[in-house]
Write a protein that binds this ligand. Sequence first.
Ligand SMILES: Nc1ncnc2c1ncn2[C@@H]1O[C@H](COP(=O)(O)OP(=O)(O)O)[C@@H](O)[C@H]1O
Ligand SMILES: [Mg+2]
Length: 445
Amino acid sequence: MAITVGSNMTMGWLRRLLPRSLLGRSVMILVTPLLLLQVVTTSVFYETHWDTVTKRLARGVAGDIATVIAVMPIDPAERDKLFAVARNSMQLSLTYVPGAHLPDLPTTIRETLVDENLNNALAEFVQRKFLTDTRSLETTVEIYVQLPDGVLQVAVPRRRLFSSTTYLVILWMVGSSLALFAVAVLFMRTQVRPVRRLAIAAEAFGKGRDSADFRIEGASEVRQAAAAFNQMRDRIRRQIAQRTEMLAGVSHDLRTPLTRMKLALAMLRDAPEVGDLRADVAEMERMVGGYLAFARGEGREPAVETDLTELLREVVNAAVREGAAVETDAEPNLRVTLRPEAMRRCLANLVGNAQRHALRIWTTVARRDDGVEINIDDDGPGIPPDQREDVFRPFFRLDPSRNPETGGIGLGLTIARDVARSHGGELTLLDSPRGGLRAQLWLPA
Ligand SMILES: Nc1ncnc2c1ncn2[C@@H]1O[C@H](COP(=O)(O)OP(=O)(O)O)[C@@H](O)[C@H]1O
Ligand SMILES: [Mg+2]
């Protein structure tokens, strides 16, 4: 158990470290092996080639110094002549300090790969006590050799010990991998773009916004996904349209027999049963009419960028003109892409319900992290929590009297939620802090 938790934690840590975007990940997949390859080749190169080259260079220098020591004359004038030759043909600056003694220090001042090779070569060829100082590696390396009656000081230029091509190779490697990285990013960007476009199209479709000219492009898998999405979208659209049309057709066709029934009832003598039948037929007519009105409104209204605050204000103003007491607290200029007529109908249904059931109404519109939230509060009787889902059902009303005076036909909330969901949003009923019902409409931004 503890192990699982531990590995989960490391996985989470790793996941946080990994790039999140497809572009970042694919570039990483491309670049990581490249970097590994570079590290491996560089280290192998460093270990073998560089090591061999510096070893040979060090042996060359040590051999030269050993030769100078072997043939060094005692006479100062002769010695200077030899030193001049050494400077010209070996690039070694030699100085002799008679009577000096080397201190008992470790043989080198700064350890690098060059020192180690140089020390080994000096020990092998010179076979005397010596000291090397590579601290000023940028220009020269100083070598001190203890001779029987003095110290020989040798300044070796850097290029005699160092292979500069090594750096060039590493430079080329780093440079070319940087160039490769840039090319990879450029290419991957064009590969990732169609995926991103597909995601945007799918999101827009979910929010009820049209994405008609969605172009199929990119790698074959992406094209496949895009084509599948387009087909799915068309199928869903066709299915919705077909359902709506079918129900509209049924409702429409029901009106003819209903009219005939009404006429037949009108011919009958007045009796209590006939009165009930007349009321039922009238109600059926209203239900069918209400449904037809809804189904017709379902036509393809395009989604446009709309000032939601303004839309709500218009709905509220209409209610106020009818005598409602409405207070509005709205963030100004909340622009959302939506189908304005459908949304107006949704808001009007909610405000109308509050108006019918309560005395006072409060509306708010505000941005909420990932979208926009509209609350319509009232101080009416509210709806018991266990019936808050039922009232969304078509033709469902809490007041069973079916009295047209006290309400509509029970389609208001059904339509309102349908509008909310077709925009990718949601409509929920809650307890209002004002005492009555809160209708909360959330829309994705
Ligand atoms: N603000 C409200 N306060 C109390 N009850 C409500 C409120 N809004 C809706 N209702 C109840 O929910 C039922 C369904 O509402 P709705 O779908 O709009 O149908 P309708 O308004 O046509 O009756 C209403 O009949 C009513 O009983
Ligand atoms: Mg209503």
